[in-house]
Write a protein that binds this ligand. Structure first.
Ligand SMILES: [Zn+2]
Length: 178
C-alpha cells in the first residue's frame, strides 16, 4: 500500500495563495469581529487533525473568540500540542478539551516503519519524530485521551471528550473510554 506521496506529482501545480489573498481583501472589508479578548470565551481548546475536510469552527458551530484550535497530522497529543494546551490553560483560561479525530485519515495509510526507512534510504536521515500512524481512529482517540491524563503540564483534566468525525456524513461519534 503506497500512500501517494504527492497525489499531484507530475501534474502541473497551480498555487492558490493569490486567490485566498484576494478573498481576504473582501473579507476584511466586511469584518465585524475586532476587539475580542485573547482568552477564548467558551474556555475550550480543540485538538484536531489537519484534515482538509474538517472546518472546525463550522463543524462545531463555534464563533469568533470562543475556542483555541490546535491541529496537526492526526490530531495527535505530541509535546508541541502539550505546549499549546499548557499555555491555553495556564494563561488563557481554558478548562475543557475536545479531541477531534476522523474517518479516512491520511495517517491510516502510512506505516511508521515504512516511512522511516523510506526517509532514511532517500535522504540519509531517519526522523527523530514519531509518525504516529494508526489503523483505528477510535483506538487512537483513546490513546490521545490517555496521554492527556498522564501529562503534568495540562492540569485541568475534568472536561475531556474525544470524537471521531465522519468525513462523509459530517457527524461526530463520541469515543467512550475503555
Ligand atoms: Zn486525519
Amino acid at each position: 500500500m503506497d500512500l501517494d506521496r504527492s497525489a499531484t506529482d507530475g501534474a502541473e501545480f497551480e498555487p492558490s495563495a493569490g486567490r485566498f489573498v484576494d478573498f481576504n481583501a473582501a473579507y476584511a472589508d466586511r469584518f465585524e469581529h475586532g476587539g475580542l479578548p485573547v482568552e477564548p470565551s467558551a474556555r475550550v481548546a480543540v485538538v484536531a487533525c489537519m484534515d482538509s475536510r474538517m472546518p472546525i469552527f463550522q463543524i462545531l458551530g463555534m464563533q469568533y473568540g470562543e475556542a483555541h484550535v490546535i491541529r496537526n497530522a492526526g490530531g495527535v497529543i505530541t509535546d508541541d500540542v502539550i505546549r499549546s494546551l499548557c499555555l491555553s490553560q495556564r494563561y488563557l483560561g481554558t478548562r475543557e478539551i475536545i479531541l477531534l479525530h476522523h474517518t479516512d485519515c491520511g495517517l491510516q495509510r502510512v506505516s511508521e516503519d515504512q516511512l522511516k526507512s523510506e526517509l532514511q534510504a532517500e535522504i540519509g536521515i531517519k526522523p527523530w519524530w514519531s509518525v504516529e500512524s494508526f489503523s483505528d481512529p477510535y483506538v487512537d482517540t483513546r490513546q490521545s485521551i490517555e496521554r492527556l491524563r498522564l501529562t503534568p503540564f495540562v492540569p485541568h483534566k475534568d472536561h475531556i471528550r474525544g470524537f471521531v468525525y465522519d468525513v462523509d456524513t459530517g457527524r461526530l461519534d463520541e469515543v467512550t473510554s475503555g
